[in-house]
Design a protein around this ligand. Structure first.
Ligand SMILES: [Ca+2]
Ligand SMILES: [Ca+2]
Ligand SMILES: [Ca+2]
Length: 314
């Protein structure tokens, strides 16, 4: 509903949820103001310029009773459009980042990991806000990690996320990044811990920060002995965008070993020379059914691929 006091936007939340509300104005000169209000229209929280510039952010509000809540948006000065976003953390943790407060080791959010046997893991949601008085970096404290354990971190981006090439890094308690293995898409990192310390994960992005800059981060700490295997990933594939019948098609690729085993005699498939299976037209109840021919090639390359090294083929 819309009233003299501003625009009211309702949403439902459950006890135990954590909500964050942002009002961004990338397309206008409006200086917005937002309040979180109860079903009875009582004041609960405000986002007094805690977002980029004069934009609003109510970060990490714990919901203690289920029901309807309102985000009330008004203007402090100017007029224009705004983007209201409500993040509801339910079953996942939610970052705390009012006024870019988690942008360093000292301001890192606690990242709670659930212990299952010898492993612990957790998921937290965050947003890389637009850069204004600061460039948004998000730091999370994984707690103490023992020598002999490995930290694995990866990002998932919702379909609506605008983030482009976000990068995760694992850091020690002094903020130094470890020698981590970064995946081809730079959204995963792994580190083997040799010194007990408090460890942290940081997230930045090369582009796409702003009101749609959401990510989900999964983190896990495992005994390193459970992770001693090669991990081959196709880092890049280059192929022509069009081809004619009878034409020789050249495809090149790069495979990299992101695993923990230093050298391994493992088969790779760096060359395509002969078809191993062809799906041919078949008959269905006497009628000839056209089936698209699909050819699969596989030639095994026997060779060593040291950890962190790449193999190119075509
Ligand atoms: Ca404001
Ligand atoms: Ca953030
Ligand atoms: Ca931050």
């Amino acid at each position: 509903m819309e009233g003299a006091d501003g625009d009211y936007w309702s949403f439902e939340a459950l006890a135990g949820d954590v909500v964050s509300i942002s009002v961004d104005t990338p397309e206008s000169a409006l200086d917005p103001y937002v309040q979180l209000r109860s079903a009875a229209d009582g004041y609960l929280a405000e986002g007094w310029n805690y977002g980029p510039g004069s934009d609003e952010l109510i970060s990490h509000q714990a919901i203690t009773s289920s029901g309807t809540y309102y985000a009330r948006v008004s203007g402090t000065s100017g007029t224009g459009s705004y983007r209201l976003r409500v993040d509801v953390g339910r079953g996942v943790q939610l970052e705390t980042d009012a006024s870019y407060s988690n942008d360093s080791i000292s301001g890192a959010n606690q990242f709670a990991l659930e212990v299952v046997g010898a492993r612990r893991s957790g998921t937290i949601a965050g947003t890389i806000m637009a850069a204004a008085e600061s460039v948004d970096e998000d730091y999370f404290n994984l707690g103490a990690v023992n020598a002999g354990e490995s930290i694995l971190v990866s990002l998932r981006l919702p379909e609506s996320s605008s983030l482009v090439r976000p990068v995760v890094e694992i850091r020690d308690s002094r903020g130094n990044p470890l020698a981590v293995v970064v995946s081809p898409i730079e959204t995963a990192a792994r580190a083997h811990i040799t010194t007990r310390d408090n460890y942290y994960v940081s997230v930045v992005t090369l582009a796409g920060q702003g009101s749609h800059g959401q990510y989900l981060m999964d983190a896990a700490v495992w005994p390193a002995s459970g992770l001693d295997f090669p991990d081959l990933v196709v880092k890049q594939v280059t192929a022509p965008t069009a081809a004619s019948s009878g034409e020789t098609v050249r495809v090149s690729w790069t495979v990299r070993n992101f695993g923990t085993v230093k050298r391994s005699r493992i088969p790779i498939t760096p060359a395509a020379t002969s078809p191993t299976r062809t799906t041919r037209p078949r008959r269905d109840r006497g009628r000839r059914t056209r089936v698209k021919q699909v050819r699969h090639w596989a030639v095994v390359h026997e060779g060593c691929l040291p950890r962190h090294y790449s193999c190119r083929g075509n």
